[in-house]
Design a protein around this ligand. Structure first.
Ligand SMILES: [Mg+2]
Length: 317
């Protein structure tokens, strides 16, 4: 079997751009993958064109070797754009191999470990009565874990954190009071806060209000997260924008965070997973993330049977 074409489909579905990638072969079997770098599709399409130049005519079963060649065969390896392109191709190659062998992709990755997939849902209403209503509706529909959205998150103007921290904290407390102790409750701050602002937010809530705090600050410097760790006991969920398994390394080795928000459409695809899992036991506390919700969702379903943690899903979808 040989790769004959790599085709890109950049589309907008719902609220986000998506970049689907189809890898075709001379035997009629094709695979689908997806880039997770939403908003930078044109750059990823260009990277895919570079890779297609030497992937056409190659054996799609040699996934690991092709991954290494895409990553290491040139100077300036890695980075968000290249890794998003590699992710899409890697996932498509696994799709091809699974179809050719007649097995689910998880059989190529060590086999499934679970039959049920716990997930969480996200409320999108601004903190206030509408947010509580959405959360209660989710609870009534059987969701036992949910993620709230901070005040001002849909604001198109300059985001001023101090205008929103107190309101968000107040309604998080109300959500906990209303929903009870059993619900897993978190919030995603989309790295909009400084260390001081994030600490203020956390300290305005009684212990036990939140079970996880997602991306409160930017992640370039692990030391910033270490500083925040000293100021709050709320578990951190981070890594959604990491472009490789290696970006998780300092966080894991220094025990900074508690949940890996790992996007297989950005970290290098499914191929990055096995070695990473064996060496770091990274999957013990992984919440796969969905920056996209089409193929991305199905890829995470592929991944989920192998994980002992949660996935995420949005109310918008
Ligand atoms: Mg997030």
């Amino acid at each position: 079997m040989k790769i004959t074409a790599i085709k890109s489909y950049a589309v907008k579905v719902g609220i986000r751009n998506q970049l689907l990638v189809k890898v075709e072969t001379d035997e009629g079997i094709f695979g689908w993958g997806e880039s997770g770098l939403s908003g930078r599709e044109k750059a990823v399409v260009g990277a895919l064109e570079h890779y297609a130049e030497f992937l056409r005519g190659r054996d799609p079963f040699r996934i690991g070797a092709l991954w290494q060649e895409m990553y290491r065969s040139q100077y300036f390896e890695g980075g968000r754009v290249l890794q998003a392109a590699i992710s899409a191709i890697d996932i498509a190659l696994y799709d091809i191999k699974g179809k050719a062998l007649g097995v689910p992709v998880y059989e190529l990755l060590g086999g499934k470990q679970r039959d049920r997939i716990p997930t969480f849902a996200t409320t999108f209403a601004e903190p206030g009565p509408a947010m509580i209503e959405q959360a209660q509706m989710l609870l009534e529909h059987g969701w036992t874990a949910m993620r709230l959205s901070p005040s001002g998150h849909e604001n198109k103007d300059v985001y001023e954190p101090r205008e929103h921290i107190a309101t968000t904290a107040k309604w998080c407390v109300k959500a906990r009071e209303t929903l009870g102790e059993d619900v897993v409750l978190g919030i995603d701050y989309h790295h909009r806060l400084s260390v001081a602002e994030a600490a203020s937010f956390c300290q305005k809530m009684p212990s036990g209000t939140l079970d996880f705090l997602e991306e409160p600050i930017r992640d370039e410097a692990p030391s910033s997260y270490e500083a925040l760790r000293r100021l709050t006991g709320i578990p951190f969920a981070i890594g959604e924008e990491f472009a490789s398994k290696w970006q998780f390394q300092p966080y894991i080795e220094r025990d900074i965070h508690q949940y890996n928000r790992l996007d297989v459409c950005n970290v290098g695809g499914l191929g990055s997973r096995p070695a990473q899992a064996r060496r770091k036991r990274i999957w013990d506390s992984t919440i796969p993330t969905s920056s996209q919700f089409s193929r991305g969702w199905s890829e995470r379903i592929t991944l989920f049977p192998m994980l002992p943690a949660w996935g995420s899903r949005s109310m918008r979808n």
